[in-house]
Design a protein around this ligand. Structure first.
Ligand code: ZN
Length: 354
């Protein structure tokens, strides 16, 4: 495994769901410090590498540290675990999946239990009821589950292994949403030649209404912002929709999502940089769902904000699949955009002269 794959594996392996991001904050801090890059953190755990310039303006690149997961709400007499969601899940992808419970004593493996078809009435076979779901860690009763270290309030993450697929550009992992964004935010900083101050990092609690983006934007007060997050992938069976992004066809500029209309001047500027550097980009839009761009856009007195994305299959489940060339394209585009900006260009974007 080369260095980049190793980084993606290590990042996606970190267990840190929304509200429990501390292990990812520490991981990012370690990466920046190893490279001698100064960091800044807000009180929620959002963390950024800082590269200062003698400029009036700054840009914030933000991935998000958190992943979707669950939280323990109850341990039954028989030792099973009831849970609530951290972030949005569909019941259809939850049953029979392996999970990791993050207890004070360490990690405990569990599975979300399911009934075999043998005992399911015909009308229940194709239905899911998340409220009836439970996690089984392989214990006989409540006492054994407590002895294993599980407590009410413990976080739970999906469990799956990082794998390189048949075509080695296709990568499988849990939590590409949004460790890809964390990794891209880190990789962009390497050897970058910038004329304006750069904050590049990742925020907490995107999956639970984008809270860390608010506190981080208040702290950094950026002039421009780019959220780095996954988008929906339309080239799998049943997902084909014209005008939407396809895996393997390059990074994506989001036109809009439920909370943000990509700032028109900034978007056009980014499109121009992509063209000048022969980086093939796609467009996409989300009618449901959002990224951190929406909250940064309305922070302070308004921040031109867009989202740069990669189409990712099977997000918000135990596994997600991303194309390595889309990832590299996104890193390249972010780098070229940051390197091209100076105070005059930022002002033209803010005044919408582009
Ligand atoms: Zn997500």
């Amino acid at each position: 495994m080369d260095k980049q794959l190793q980084l993606l594996k290590e990042m996606t392996d970190v267990n840190a769901p929304a509200g429990f991001e501390q292990p990812m904050t520490q991981f990012m801090k370690g990466l920046f410090e190893n490279d001698g890059i100064k960091t800044i953190q807000d009180n929620t755990g959002s963390i950024f590498g800082v590269k200062e310039a003698a400029s009036n303006h700054s840009i914030m690149l933000l991935g998000h540290l958190d992943e979707i997961g669950f939280m323990v709400t109850e341990i039954t007499e028989k030792g099973f675990i009831k849970f609530t969601n951290l972030g949005s899940w569909s019941g259809t992808v939850m049953t029979s999946q392996k999970v990791t419970i993050l207890t004070r004593k360490g990690e405990v493996r569990g599975i979300i239990g399911s009934k075999p078809p043998h005992v399911l009435p015909a009308d229940e076979r194709n239905k899911v009821n998340p409220d009836a779901m439970f996690i089984d860690i392989g214990t006989a009763n409540r006492e054994e589950t407590l002895n294993a270290g599980v407590s009410v309030g413990d976080a739970i993450t999906p469990y799956s292994e990082f794998e390189v697929m048949a075509n080695p550009n296709y990568l499988l992992a849990k939590a590409f949403d949004n460790r890809f964004g964390c990794s891209a935010a880190y990789e962009v900083m390497k050897d970058i030649k910038h004329n304006i101050t750069l904050y590049s990092g990742a925020v907490t609690q995107e999956e639970t209404l984008s809270r860390g983006a608010i506190t981080a934007a208040n702290l950094l007060k950026p002039s421009l912002a780019i959220a780095i997050d996954v988008c929906i992938c339309s080239n799998t069976p049943g997902m084909e929709q014209s005008g939407q992004a396809k895996m393997g066809e390059g990074p994506v500029i989001l036109l809009s999502d439920a909370w943000n209309i990509g700032h028109v001047s900034f978007r056009r500027y980014v499109e121009q940089i992509a063209q000048e550097n022969e980086i093939k980009v796609q467009h996409d839009y989300l009618t449901g769902g959002y990224t951190d761009a929406g909250h940064v856009a309305v922070s302070n007195n308004g921040v031109p904000a867009i989202t740069i994305s990669v189409p990712t299959r099977y997000i918000h489940s135990n596994v997600s699949m991303m194309h390595r060339e889309d990832y590299n394209g996104a890193v390249m585009l972010l780098k070229k955009v940051v390197e091209s900006l100076d105070d005059a260009a930022v002002e033209r974007i803010i005044k919408q002269e582009i």
